[in-house]
Design a protein around this ligand. Structure first.
Ligand code: ADP
Length: 397
């Protein structure tokens, strides 16, 4: 009897409050990772639906639990792994990699998750309540459902631990800083990936600003591929305005709202995360596509604010970097909105940025003119692949 050749796969999870995104990679020869399947379960709290696609983006299967049903992370994870193993012939899942936003002071690099690590990550949920609890829940669910299978946590904060001490600190008393209040920065898995791509496109670029503009948005100033500044701060709500997150708001305004009892701490945080940003400014939508297509002046004003906020930070980061060699756009808006890219680049003419309009309309990769003082790029991010690569490296060690 011929022996069945089993191939091995790593599954990457990004567990959110109501969704579970996943991607499965085959462990190929020479450490290569081939994307097998990508998918998600959405609306887990009331109308869960599963969709899975192949590597080319072709939908392969869907499943609905029905309206009024709720599933937890464990059920969702179990469903995904069972589906993958049943539908990928002769493929065995050998490890999981999880996106975890906050690694805290302890984790500057990805780590194999054991009980001690899990408990530490759980202890950070009060610092970052919008993603961390669900990321940890995903890892716990996997450990419960598949005990013995290795799993790795990759942190959005890790990439920014190379920031100089002055950039990681706030002007607060020592006891407050000792309680963990510091400039963590986020989107680091995406910036880690981008920092490895930049040399392939712009090998001479040392001073780079990467703009991760998606539902969440931030900038990262990189010197020689390492983060030296980033716009998100202690939590993922500060810095640039985002789809529904406010970005920077002065703390004195928040005290005022609390003092007037218009909000309590919970409703204030919810407002800043869910009702602010592009949605709050426009009163229409947090989705850049909807705003771009709208004739409503409030939509145009929201986009103007978004571009203005980015311009202000680019100016600051050019000072921090001592100049600028390359600007990189990535994530949903950065990769797809030629209009937002053009609006920003027009605002950066003072820096010597000159857009190549047809290249921008075509989506790059290079969208700056050959005589531009700063090269400008569109580089699609791939956080899932980054997590899979880190996971593979750790399980092989
Ligand atoms: P997330 O941060 O949730 O992972 P993405 O990186 O996928 O999000 O980005 C989602 C955002 O990208 C959407 O809110 C939408 O505004 C924007 N986007 C996607 N495609 C386009 C497009 N063609 N034009 C403008 N904006 C787009």
């Amino acid at each position: 009897m011929p022996r069945t050749v089993m191939s091995e796969a790593i599954v990457v999870f990004n567990a959110g409050s109501t969704s579970l995104k996943f991607a499965a990679y085959e462990l190929a020869a020479a450490g290569a990772l081939n994307l097998l399947r990508v998918g998600r379960i959405d609306s887990m709290q009331g109308d869960p639906h599963f969709i899975v696609k192949d590597a080319a983006g072709k939908p392969l299967a869907a499943h609905e639990w029905g309206e009024g049903h709720a599933i937890d992370h464990r059920t969702a994870l179990h469903f995904v792994i069972t589906w993958l193993e049943a539908n990928l012939a002769d493929t065995k899942v050998v490890a999981a990699g999880h996106r975890v936003v906050l690694g805290g002071a302890r984790f500057e690099v990805p780590v194999l998750i054991d009980d001690d690590v899990m408990n530490y990550l759980d202890s950070l949920v009060e610092m970052e309540p919008s993603h961390q609890p669900f990321n940890v829940r995903g890892a716990r669910a996997f450990a419960d459902a598949f005990p013995g299978l290795p799993q790795v946590a990759c942190f959005d904060t890790s990439f920014h631990r190379t920031m100089p001490a002055v950039a990681q600190s706030y002007a607060l008393p020592k006891d407050v800083r000792d309680a963990g209040v510091m400039h963590w920065g986020y989107h680091g898995i995406s910036y880690d990936y981008i920092s490895r791509q930049v040399p392939k496109f712009a090998p001479a670029a040392r001073r780079v600003i990467a703009a991760h503009l998606g539902g969440g948005a931030s900038l990262c100033a990189m010197l020689d591929g390492r983060s030296i500044e980033t716009t998100m701060g202690f939590g993922a709500v500060s810095g640039l305005p985002m789809a529904t997150r406010s970005g920077d708001v002065p703390s004195d305004a928040l005290f005022y709202l609390l003092r007037r009892k218009l909000f309590d701490d919970v409703s204030l945080e919810k407002m800043l995360y869910e009702r602010a940003g592009l949605l709050g400014l426009s009163g229409i939508s947090g989705d850049m596509r909807v705003l771009s297509e709208s004739a409503d002046p409030r939509a145009a004003a929201a986009i103007e604010y978004f571009v203005y906020a980015i311009k202000k930070y680019v100016g600051a980061y050019v000072a921090v970097l001592g100049g600028l060699d390359a600007l990189v756009f990535t994530a949903g808006i950065g990769e797809n909105s030629a209009e937002a890219r053009a609006a920003l680049c027009d605002n950066l003419a003072w820096l010597g940025v000159k857009l190549d309009k047809p290249a921008n309309a075509a989506g790059g990769p290079r969208i700056s003119a050959s005589d531009s003082g700063v090269s400008v790029w569109v580089i699609p991010t791939n956080e899932e692949l980054m997590i899979a690569q880190h996971t593979l490296a750790l399980i092989r060690r």
